[in-house]
Design a protein around this ligand. Structure first.
Ligand code: PLP
Length: 395
């Protein structure tokens, strides 16, 4: 067979516009937490329909601040999924709190809302001091989780809901009779990532959206060492002012160079989402007749941005063998989403009250693979990936 170009699993779409934007920030002389960050926040808030958006260094720090804002403290419990990138569970541990893992729905790879109430009441029955303080849900691979059902339980127990929307910029949910963007937010706080593996990127970066002005104010203090006076105000001041540090803060800032790039990426987002949806639909059509292959399911009330397109392999197929066979023909794939509770970093304690109940989560990690999907992928390239997968699955 002739040499064929490698098809990566993902690839950011950026170019001259982003390079010029970064240059603009550099030449301006203001390179962090300045006008580009402020403008990016404004534009992002408008895009998702949130009152406030606060830019931070990445989504993991965003999640950390979100958990702190809703009052998560050492020894508290936070209900979440193990089936996610490890940063989700790690952010809970940064607060000294314990992640309590709930299993996923096999069709959407998202938290199973039916299991949440049990995990809460377990903690209420427990005589120890630890109690459920929050629910941290994930819109896994860009697919909106069942927020209606989740909020239903959360409100019953008066628990805040944080949305890990790392992958979900541009995803939509049907809400109040119309399609709304993930991040409005529908829960209390939503956190986004701009890592290159996500749909738009700033190299690294994150965003926190909320409609609560107090929390937004808090995020702005925490991200900048807890400093009372922002740089922009000090810079413009006509009189000498000293800042103070009323609380323990962090350095979770986004730079203006990143924000300038982010503003250009945001302009491309509608086109990116449209293309990804087109390619996902094409996968769906062209793979639907492969026996035993389980394709992702999109509920009628959800529109994914298809940050990842994840399929579950037929019973007779070995995950590593399939991935290797595809790689041998130049097609990169990735294993299904990891499970945090299976990693060594989570072997020190029994993190989950439901550890032995995470069967669906574990099965997906072992049996699913992520297929190539990125803005610039041509239909010819996609057909190549489809062809190889079909052949390999028949073995
Ligand atoms: C990527 C990802 C994160 C971490 O985002 P960073 O910006 O790299 O910190 C958190 N949660 C989920 C679900 C992710 O996919």
């Amino acid at each position: 067979m002739s040499e064929q170009i490698q098809i990566p699993v993902a690839k950011p779409w950026m170019g001259k516009l982003e390079a010029e934007a970064a240059g603009r920030a550099i030449m301006s002389g203001w390179v962090t937490q300045g006008p580009e960050v402020a403008a990016f926040e404004q534009e992002f808030a408008t895009y998702v329909g949130a009152k406030y958006a606060c830019a931070v260094s990445n989504c993991t720090t965003a999640l950390h601040l979100a958990l702190l804002a809703v009052g998560v403290q050492p020894q508290d419990e936070v209900i979440t999924v193990s089936h996610s990138y490890i940063a989700t569970a790690n952010s809970i541990r940064y607060c000294g709190a314990k992640p309590v893992f709930v299993d996923i729905e096999p069709q959407t790879y998202n938290i199973n809302p039916v299991l949440i109430a049990d995990a809460i009441s377990d903690s209420l029955r427990d005589s120890s001091a630890s109690r459920t303080r929050a629910i941290l849900v994930v819109h896994q691979m860009g697919m909106p989780c069942d927020l209606k059902a989740i909020l239903d339980v959360a409100r019953r127990y008066n628990l805040p809901v944080i949305e890990d929307a790392a992958c979900a910029i541009g995803s939509e949910i049907f809400w109040n009779d119309e399609w709304e963007k993930i991040g409005k937010p529908h829960g209390d706080i939503a956190c986004f990532s701009f890592h290159p593996r996500k749909v738009i990127t700033t190299g690294d970066g994150g965003m926190i959206t909320t409609n609560n002005p107090e929390w937004d104010k808090q995020f702005r203090l925490w991200r900048q060492h807890g400093m009372s006076v922002p740089d922009t105000i000090r810079h413009g001041a006509k009189q000498v002012i000293f800042e103070s540090y009323p609380m323990l803060g962090y350095n979770y800032r986004m730079t203006d160079i990143q924000a300038a790039v982010g503003r250009e990426q945001l302009k491309r987002l509608p086109e990116i989402v449209e293309r990804r949806r087109f390619l996902a639909e094409r996968y769906q059509e062209k793979l639907s007749d492969v026996p035993g292959l389980k394709l992702p399911t999109q509920p009628s009330w959800a529109k994914s941005n298809w940050q990842s397109y994840c399929v579950r392999l037929p019973e007779q197929c070995d995950q590593i063998q399939v991935m290797q066979a595809m790689l041998d023909t130049g097609i990169s794939t990735r294993r299904g989403i990891m499970c945090a509770h299976l990693e060594e970093a989570y072997q020190t304690e029994a993190w989950s009250c439901g550890r032995d109940r995470l069967t669906e989560s574990e099965q997906v990690s072992d049996r699913a693979i992520i297929l190539p999907l990125f803005h610039q992928m041509t239909e010819v390239e996609q057909d190549r990936a489809i062809g190889v997968l079909r052949t390999v699955c028949r073995i």
